[in-house]
Design a protein around this ligand. Structure first.
Ligand code: HEC
Length: 152
């Protein structure tokens, strides 16, 4: 289940505390992923869905609501995979690996579900999911830029 956690060690910036400049501003060292305006909007919509998903998972676990847990964990898993290939092809390799790790972590949570759901273990798995959320957020940002023409 933790087979992807090593990825986080490969990321250049994850888990490094923010560096404070002389005027108290936090410097932004995240790697820029250039996207179009529409792509950014699509990506951020998917991201907000992730947050909704985590919210639903939290309540489902607290109430041992296995039906909701199943629905949500399986719905969250393929979100980045469903993005248009023209966008996915431009993601840096480590970003894609983190997206895959996140997908696997949601599927692992779905597999732990069932009549004898162990809430403690499922919460730990949810913790692993959030590790990927924050690892990626510490490392990348989307920026709207004029994109180079697609290669032939
Ligand atoms: C593979 C990388 C990656 C993963 C994994 C990831 N995110 Fe994001 N997320 C991003 C990036 C990049 C941004 C945009 C940050 C920026 O441009 O400042 C973002 C933005 C967001 C936003 C802000 C949306 C908005 O409207 O501004 C939310 C909320 C969010 N992510 C939630 C999540 C949650 C919850 C998870 C885990 C379940 C997650 N993300 C996993 C890369 C990722």
């Amino acid at each position: 289940m933790r087979r992807y956690l090593f990825l986080l060690a490969l990321l250049p910036i994850s888990f490094v505390a923010p560096v404070h400049g002389a005027v108290g501003l936090v410097q932004d060292h995240r790697i820029v992923i250039p996207v179009s305006k529409a792509e950014r909007s699509l990506l951020l919509t998917e991201m907000r869905e992730y947050l909704h998903g985590l919210h639903a998972i939290q309540y489902a676990l607290a109430n041992k609501d296995t039906k909701t847990l199943d629905l949500v964990a399986k719905d969250m898993a393929p979100r980045l995979e469903r993005l248009p290939a023209s966008l996915r092809d431009r993601f840096p390799e480590d970003f894609t690996q983190l997206a895959i790790a996140l997908q696997e972590a949601f599927l692992a949570l779905a597999r732990m579900n069932g009549p004898d759901l162990q809430v403690n273990a499922a919460l730990e798995q949810t913790g692993e999911i959030i590790t990927y959320c924050s690892g990626c957020h510490d490392t990348y940002r989307f920026e709207v830029r004029a994109l180079p023409k697609p290669r032939k």
